[in-house]
Design a protein around this ligand. Structure first.
Ligand SMILES: NC(=O)c1ccc[n+]([C@@H]2O[C@H](COP(=O)([O-])OP(=O)(O)OC[C@H]3O[C@@H](n4cnc5c(N)ncnc54)[C@H](OP(=O)(O)O)[C@@H]3O)[C@@H](O)[C@H]2O)c1
Length: 359
């Protein structure tokens, strides 16, 4: 039997809406938002050509949840969840056996938990595989930048979140110092206590994002609706893995800070000849890890609620990494702002950082 999955996406910006409806650029954003709010979820495109290394295949489709990122926060949670329930009905009607929640559809209602209680189709946020690939990419980038982790400082921005808390937990033993950054002091303290037991050095928590200036390695994974890390905030020679969608790191960083390495977190290569019939903003064959997790569960025919809520165990991350490898998913090399990075570009970043240090 062939696996069938659906994946929820939503427009991050008016430009995204204009990819399907050109008129969106010609009218006010308020009008676009109000039309989207009333629009029902619909099948956006078919996903074909996914073939595992084991030979099994799965088909899928994207379902558009017509809400802009900020609407997930401005609208009543109940209203947003009702819309997601309608999306699940579309998924089921079209034959999907599991639904993946993309971007902010995965954050609302305690990371999918509230939705899972009211729908009769399994769901997953995709955060488990996202965590695994973010960790893998961060460690790879730090190695290429020749950062000696044992003498270095790690900062995790969004450390109280579903992805950020597990990345903090996993990465802490590698570093001398760890700074956990978030907005809520008591949540931060809870994560700090858990993480501290894995550290032989110091673990701090703070609500002050400017502390990332002290970090050699940064993982940033907040639910912010626009960029929160700007060129002046970053230490020279640092690696930043930006997992957030929309991104946490301002695009200006790549233009004015040639001495830092910003990598896109959670981008993987899918097996087979995957075709989306829609511009997902990535080159052919590449997908976000959250989509990949949904694909992997469909290939496995594991139709169960897989990743929900904020507590994700390392055992689950390890299991998902093994399943990914079994089916032929792998990290898509290092990428920065949607462009592949070559080793010579990384050498150039190192050279620039050396120049800054020795000025
Ligand atoms: N690349 C991929 O494949 C992929 C896959 C899944 C998710 N993502 C992205 O990862 C991000 C986080 O997802 P998640 O499921 O971990 O979300 P989450 O559990 O809601 O955690 C988000 C974290 O960000 C913090 N935060 C929210 N708004 C902020 C702001 N304006 N400034 C600073 N911190 C803020 C939250 O703090 P509070 O507790 O104070 O709200 C929380 O610590 C999202 O952007 C999502 O789209 C990417």
């Amino acid at each position: 039997m062939k696996g069938v999955f659906a994946f929820f996406v939503h427009p991050m910006s008016i430009e995204d809406v204009a990819k399907k409806y050109k008129i969106a650029k010609k009218v006010s954003s308020k009008l676009v938002a109000s039309v989207l709010k009333r629009r029902r979820p619909f099948v956006l495109s078919q996903i074909t050509g996914l073939t595992s290394k084991t030979g099994v295949t799965a088909d899928g489709f994207f379902i558009a949840i017509p809400l802009l990122t900020w609407q997930f926060y401005e609208l009543e949670e109940e209203y947003v969840i009702k819309k997601l329930v309608k999306g699940c009905k579309v998924a089921k009607r079209e034959g999907a056996k599991i639904v993946g929640l993309g971007a902010h559809t995965a954050i609302v209602g305690n990371g999918g938990r509230k939705l899972a209680k009211v729908v009769d189709i399994p769901i997953t946020t995709g955060n488990t595989y996202t965590i695994g690939t973010a960790i893998e990419g961060t460690l790879k980038a730090a190695e290429l930048m020749e950062i000696n982790l044992k003498n270095s400082t790690l900062a995790v921005v969004g450390a109280t979140g579903s992805i950020g808390s597990v990345c903090s937990f996993y990465l802490t033993p590698y570093f001398k110092r760890v700074i956990l950054i978030g907005r809520n002091k008591s949540d931060l303290e809870r994560v700090r206590e858990k993480v501290e037991s894995r550290s032989s050095g110091e673990v701090y928590s703070s609500t002050n994002i400017s502390l990332i200036k002290e970090a050699d390695v940064v993982v940033t994974v907040t639910g912010a609706i626009e960029a929160i890390i700007n060129p002046k905030d970053i230490k020279s020679g640092a690696v930043i893995c930006d997992v957030a969608r929309p991104r946490d790191v301002a695009e200006a960083v790549v233009k004015v800070r040639p001495d830092v390495l910003v990598i896109d977190g959670g981008v993987v290569k899918a097996p087979g000849k995957v075709h989306f019939d829609f511009d997902i903003g990535l080159p052919k064959g590449l997908v976000l890890a959250c989509i990949a997790e949904t694909m992997i569960l469909a290939l496995e025919e594991r139709y169960e609620n897989y990743t929900l809520g904020k507590e994700i165990s390392l055992e689950r991350v390890n299991e998902m990494m093994k399943l990914a490898s079994k089916h032929g998913f792998e990290l898509a090399g290092l990428r920065s702002f949607d462009r592949a990075l070559s080793l010579s570009q990384i050498e150039e970043i190192k050279r620039r950082a050396y120049e800054v240090r020795n000025k």
